[in-house]
Write a protein that binds this ligand. Structure first.
Ligand code: TXA
Ligand code: MG
Length: 318
């Protein structure tokens, strides 16, 4: 699997691959994305095939400018305010799709809304500018597995399906974008993510409604109970470690264990914990432990998104 350090030559080459309808893995500020030309139905179909992703689970479209977003979806006044406050950045807005916007039908899996995001990562921005197309990009992992925060994670999961991987180093946030449904009157949180709810509410001066997901009947496709799953079992809120378990620790007070341990943040910093979460799950999984015991993580700020990912990683596998 060809990994290219991201520079102007490799980005130009990646843009050519995109225009040819091929898949390119690109770094974003959240996680690596598996990108294809969102206007090319065959290319988008190749994303679903490479990931083994159910066709009912729609994709996020990435674009370079606010004008492009306005051409793809109806930006409500609330959506405009959010865009002003957080774009470019790790916020995805679900909005009503404009008819005839050129986006391949498969991207939205038949919904009349479209999820849009303007990434902040310089490599993603350069690729978007160079290829001149909106890019459909889910996280660059096999469906249901842990999202990649380094180029090597992507290379370990895909072979010939991906034309090239642009290596932009480790992703800064380490968690996927926060997804807000801004298509209606109220603002609904569909997925907690790299921007915590508190700063969003502060920026817009309004409350964010959480749409509780029933794992047996997901209201938004893709919010399946089991996701982000390592091969090892995951045990949450662990206060001690059992034989054969690896430990995902948080904070200064760590239970004694002879097994493998990764501390997400000794100082109890949720930003640091978010950034290292997925790589830590991969490393502990690779240790061969039968289970990963996870210490309690606070629920506020980014802790909401971290706990969301961990509870899905721990959910019974479908
Ligand atoms: O940070 C991110 O958002 C990363 C990077 C690559 O941008 N992308 C990402 O994509 O996390 P993905 O496909 O792994 O997650 C997209 C989520 C899915 O849960 C999907 O169901 C939801 O967005 N989604 C997409 N379109 C939607 C829509 N129209 N309505 C509701 N949910 C939608
Ligand atoms: Mg994903």
């Amino acid at each position: 699997m060809p990994i290219f350090p991201a520079n102007s030559a490799s980005i130009a080459r990646a843009a050519t691959r995109i225009r040819e309808g091929r898949l390119v893995a690109m770094p974003t500020e959240t996680v690596y994305g598996l990108a294809a030309d969102a206007t090319n139905g065959r290319a988008v179909a190749a994303i679903y095939a490479a990931k083994g992703r159910p066709r009912f689970n729609p994709l996020i479209v990435h674009f370079a400018s606010l004008e492009q977003a306005r051409a793809l979806v109806v930006m409500t006044p609330m959506a405009e305010r959010l865009a002003q406050a957080f774009w470019p950045g790790p916020l995805t807005l679900v909005a009503c799709a404009r008819k005839g916007n050129g986006i391949a039908g498969l991207v939205t899996a038949g919904l009349d809304t479209l999820a849009v995001r303007m990434p902040a990562h310089p490599v993603a921005r350069a690729l978007l500018a160079e290829c001149g197309r909106p890019l459909a990009a889910p996280s660059a992992n096999k469906s249901g597995r842990i999202s990649p925060t380094m180029a090597a994670h992507v290379a370990g999961e895909f072979a010939g399906e991906v034309a090239m991987i642009l290596d932009g180093g480790t992703c800064g946030h380490g968690l996927e974008s926060t997804i807000l449904d801004a298509s209606g009157e109220e603002l609904v949180l569909l997925r907690p993510g790299a921007i915590a709810v508190e700063p969003i509410e502060a920026a817009i001066g309004a409350r964010v409604v959480r749409r509780l997901i029933d794992p047996d009947a997901p209201t938004a496709p893709g919010q399946l109970a089991s996701h982000y799953a390592p091969s090892a079992r995951v045990r949450l809120n662990a206060v001690s470690v059992e034989a054969g378990e690896a430990l995902l620790a948080f904070g200064a007070e760590v239970p004694v264990t002879r097994g493998p341990v990764i501390n997400l943040s000794e100082s109890g910093d949720l930003i640091e914990a978010a950034q290292g979460l997925f790589a830590a799950l991969r490393t502990l999984d690779a240790s061969g432990a039968a289970a990963i015991a996870v210490m309690p993580i606070p629920a506020h700020g980014l802790g909401e998104a971290i706990n969301d990912r961990l509870s899905r990683a721990a959910a019974p596998r479908g």
